[in-house]
Design a protein around this ligand. Sequence first.
Ligand SMILES: [Zn+2]
Length: 66
Amino acid sequence: MFGREGMSQVLITCPVTGRPVYTGLNYEWPSFESADLPAQSLKCPLCGKVHEWAKNDAYLRADGAC
Ligand SMILES: [Zn+2]
């Protein structure tokens, strides 16, 4: 279940719908901060397009936020 401390989902914002999309990655906060993520692409389940994203575009879902 989500909501326990530890791994958080890495999300990006879909540029078409403006909504958060799960990238399929999970990180702990400290390791995400220091992670050297290469740019990657994601087939977006919301709009069906492929989005290129890099670490700067991504964020972790905080427990209980929104
Ligand atoms: Zn999209």
